[in-house]
Design a binder for this molecule. Structure first.
Ligand code: AMP
Length: 222
C-alpha cells in the first residue's frame, strides 16, 4: 500500500500520517521532517534547504527527488518481488509539484510499483491560518499541540516526554501567507494529476483529529 497524503499547510498531514502509518503497518515518510532533521544536524543539504523553508518556498525539485529516492531505496516496500507483503509507505509532504509527482511515478514504475491512492485533507483557508498560528511541536518526541485548542498542561512543556515545545519559523504569519500561495500555485495541480488517474479521494479535514482519522482510514482501505 503506497499512499500520498496531501493537503495545504495546516491541514493535519503531520498529525494524521504517523497514526495512519502505525494503523496499517506502513512507513511514514515526511520530507518536511527529513529536511528539518538535516537542518538541525547542520548538514550542507539542511543549511541550503533552511533558506527556502524559512521563507515558505519549496526546496528545488531535483534536491527533493534525489532525497526521496535515497529514502525509499532504504525501504523494502518500494516495489519488486515480495512488495505486497512488505510494509507500505505513507508519503507526507511529497510530491508537492507536478515534476515531483512524475518523478515518483517513474521511480516506482521502474520497480514494478505504483501509488495506490492520494488522499487530500480538505480544510478551509481561515481554519488553516488559525491552526498554523498556534501550532507547536515537542522538540524531542514531535508530539503536536495547538497553544489555544490543545495546549499542554504546563506551558511550553510536552505532556508526553517533558520536552520543550517549539514553533516553526515558517509558521510566522508572513511565511504562512506565502506557503498558502505556493500551495495554490504549485501543489494544487498535483491533485488534478491524481484525479485524472482516478486515484484521488478528498476527505473533510475540518473535524476533530479522531473524526478525521476515521475518514482517513476508510479512504485508505477503499
Ligand atoms: P512541511 O513540514 O511538509 O510543511 O514542509 C516544510 C517545508 O519543507 C516546506 O514549506 C518546504 O520548504 C520544504 N519541503 C517539504 N517537502 C517538500 C517538497 N516535497 N518539495 C519542496 N519543498 C519541500
Amino acid at each position: 500500500m503506497r499512499i500520498v497524503l496531501m493537503g495545504p499547510p495546516g491541514a493535519g498531514k503531520g498529525t494524521q500520517a504517523p497514526r495512519l502509518a502505525e494503523k496499517i503497518n506502513a512507513h511514514h515518510i515526511s520530507t518536511g521532517d527529513m529536511l528539518r532533521a538535516e537542518t538541525a544536524a547542520g548538514t550542507e543539504l539542511g543549511l541550503m534547504a533552511k533558506k527556502f523553508m524559512d521563507a515558505g518556498d519549496l526546496v528545488p525539485d531535483q534536491v527533493m527527488i534525489d532525497m526521496i529516492a535515497a529514502q525509499m531505496a532504504t525501504q523494502t516496500a518500494v516495489g519488486g518481488p515480495g512488495a505486497d507483503t512488505e510494509p507500505g509507505i505513507i508519503l507526507d509532504g511529497f510530491p508537492r509539484t507536478l515534476a515531483q509527482a512524475e518523478a515518483l511515478d517513474e521511480a516506482l514504475q521502474a520497480t514494478g510499483g505504483a501509488i495506490d491512492a492520494a488522499i487530500m485533507l480538505d480544510v478551509e483557508r481561515d481554519e488553516l491560518v488559525r491552526r498554523l498560528a498556534g501550532r507547536a511541536t515537542c522538540a524531542n518526541c514531535k508530539a503536536p499541540y495547538h497553544l489555544t485548542f490543545s495546549p499542554p498542561s504546563k506551558e511550553g512543556v510536552c505532556d508526553n516526554c517533558g520536552g520543550n515545545l517549539v514553533q516553526r519559523p515558517d509558521d510566522q504569519p508572513e511565511a504562512v501567507r506565502h506557503r498558502l500561495h505556493v500551495y495554490d500555485d504549485q501543489t494544487a495541480p498535483v491533485l488534478d494529476y491524481y484525479r485524472a488517474k482516478d486515484k484521488l479521494t478528498v476527505i473533510d479535514g475540518a473535524g476533530a483529529p479522531d473524526d478525521v482519522f476515521k475518514l482517513l482510514l476508510a479512504a485508505a482501505r477503499r
